[in-house]
Design a protein around this ligand. Structure first.
Ligand SMILES: [Zn+2]
Length: 180
């Protein structure tokens, strides 16, 4: 090895070390998990990290449960963090900066019963009533693409509603359905 090559390698090593100290992607702490929601019924939004430095951020979870509340009754319910992690995985794969547009998040027993009476094809024990389900779309992305991506993750239920142009995802058992 020539002196020149040795010097080049040493320079490269120093460069990599500098990169590791300044670039978060090289750091030991995992990157924060962030989400953005826009509730189409209330016009309210959330944007921010809900998991940081190895733990969920309580203030963010409180804000998220407010934005995803039952818009009919105003009732709030804690949103399952597994659902948030699923949405994070989906959003990364969608490769967009657009927020999730929320058609339905938490649904109170009262709203669920009302929707059932109207024959809206709502389940008796919907995962929406446990803060484990959400109906979404994303601007600039086809709902069929969102459905395919969610199915590929195999983390829960995926319902496709092409006529209403949204996808239901939940963190219940893995299953799938489609309405017309
Ligand atoms: Zn749903």
């Amino acid at each position: 090895m020539t002196d020149l090559t040795r010097r080049s390698l040493l320079a490269l090593g120093a460069g990599a070390a500098a990169l590791a100290s300044t670039n978060p992607a090289f750091a030991l702490t995992p990157a924060p998990r962030a989400l953005s929601f826009h509730n189409l019924h209330t016009g309210e939004s959330f944007k921010g990290a809900y998991w940081e430095n190895g733990q969920y951020v309580p203030d963010s979870l409180v804000e998220i449960r407010k934005v995803l509340r039952d818009f009919r009754t105003g009732d709030e319910h804690m949103i399952d963090t597994k659902l948030l992690d699923l949405l994070t995985a989906m959003h990364r794969r969608l490769d967009t900066s657009e927020p999730f547009q929320v058609i339905s998040g938490y649904r109170s027993p009262k709203s669920n019963a009302m929707l059932r009476e109207k024959g809206s094809g709502v389940a008796t024990h919907s995962y929406h009533m446990r803060g484990m389900a959400i109906d979404i779309r994303v601007a600039g992305r086809r709902t069929s693409s969102i459905q395919r991506l969610a199915l590929g993750l195999q983390r829960g239920g995926v319902g496709y509603y092409p006529a209403s142009d949204f996808v239901h995802v939940d963190v219940g058992p893995v299953r799938t359905w489609k309405t017309v």
